[in-house]
Design a binder for this molecule. Structure first.
Ligand SMILES: [Zn+2]
Length: 352
């Protein structure tokens, strides 16, 4: 097995976390963290951060949404011509990212002093998931866009780097390592900047209820891969629950079950096997039980007969001894004092 089935770096609450996703409906990355226009010194000085410039659908001011509930930890620049407007946001909870589950921060730079959304948000505000944080702007820039930096943990400040850039303080990371793309939200990708963005993992499969007339497999985790064939391509994660096992193939050390038309999963410690139960005919069972009862009765009667016979024999022997008789049993046909047939019993008394 070359590909792991369960991702090792996940924490137990991983899938209860919300995904941290790119915050605009249109992705248009006009400069990555490697961009020579202005970003390259950000990634080559000390400290460093990994900014991307995002322009939305056109040259106007597209909105930037809160991907999860985020708290404003700092807001700088309004009314200051020498400070570029920037807001610091920290996720309220741990979130799910392409590189694991973390609390994350995000900064947005260049929104305008007049931004109607930023008027609502102050240090301490919690911006609910799905609310607009701000629009693109031109504060400290020549065209509408947002300069976006992300990282793991907390941040509320910046500092000048060895290359003379204002760098966001904290455990800054490359945006594609911290943000997923949610294709049902960010449905236009004009320009991904050439970065390897990951989509939020798809959940597939429709669990059924337990049916004891079928072999079934219960998936107990929410991070087991669903594949297009036995050990085949990953389609996403199978929804937890019970599935019918339509077909089984052994491959690469796993037992693969086809659980839907084109969905295969591996049976492992993350599954419970629920075998078909043989159908039991209640009439057949009742008849067999009657037969057993009858035989038991017969056995009891035979035992009683045997016991009675034993008693009779004992009684006879006892009576013979009481009467002072000895027993002579002829061993063969022969002439004795009297002629006896084989097995005939002669009771006799010894006199004198
Ligand atoms: Zn920038």
């Amino acid at each position: 097995m070359k590909q792991i089935l369960i991702e090792g770096n996940r924490e137990s609450e991983y899938d209860k976390m919300e995904y941290f996703t790119f915050p605009m409906e249109t992705m248009n990355v006009t400069q990555t963290y490697l961009g020579k226009t202005s970003h390259y010194p950000h990634t080559t000085g000390t400290p460093k951060d990994y900014p991307i410039d995002c322009a939305g659908i056109d040259s106007g001011q597209s909105a930037i949404f809160a991907p999860v509930d985020m708290k404003v930890t700092a807001k700088r620049g309004i009314g200051q011509s020498n400070v570029t407007n920037t807001v610091w946001l920290v996720s309220q909870n741990k979130v799910s990212t392409p590189s694991g589950g973390f609390q994350v921060f995000m900064t947005l730079t260049h929104w305008n002093d007049s931004d109607p959304f930023m008027k609502k948000w102050n240090v301490g505000s919690v911006i609910p998931k799905g609310e607009i944080i701000c629009g693109e702007g031109t504060d400290g820039a020549t065209a509408n866009h947002i300069h976006l930096v992300v990282g793991v943990g907390y941040s509320d400040n910046w500092t000048k780097s060895s290359t003379g850039k204002w760098i966001i303080i904290g455990d800054t990371r490359k945006p594609e390592e911290i943000m997923y793309i949610n294709p049902s939200f960010t449905n236009v990708i004009k320009n991904n900047g050439g970065l390897s963005w990951k989509e939020i993992p798809k959940k597939i499969g429709n669990p059924v209820s337990r049916d004891e007339t079928r072999d079934q497999l219960q998936v107990n985790v929410d991070n087991a891969y669903a594949r297009d064939s036995a050990a085949g391509n990953i389609l996403g994660y199978i929804n937890p629950g019970i599935y019918n096992s339509w077909e089984v193939i052994a491959k690469d050390g796993y037992e693969w079950h086809r659980v839907e038309e084109n969905i295969w999963i591996a049976n492992g410690s993350w599954c419970t096997w629920l075998p078909k139960k043989e159908k039991e005919d209640p009439q057949v069972i009742a008849d067999l039980q009657d037969e057993i009862a009858e035989k038991e009765k017969e056995i009891e009667e035979l035992k009683k007969i045997v016991t009675e016979r034993d008693l009779e024999i004992e009684n006879l022997q006892w009576r013979q001894e009481q009467n002072g008789f000895k027993k002579f049993i002829a061993s063969k046909n022969a002439k004795y004092y009297i002629y006896l047939y084989k097995n005939e019993i002669l009771n006799y008394e010894i006199k004198g």
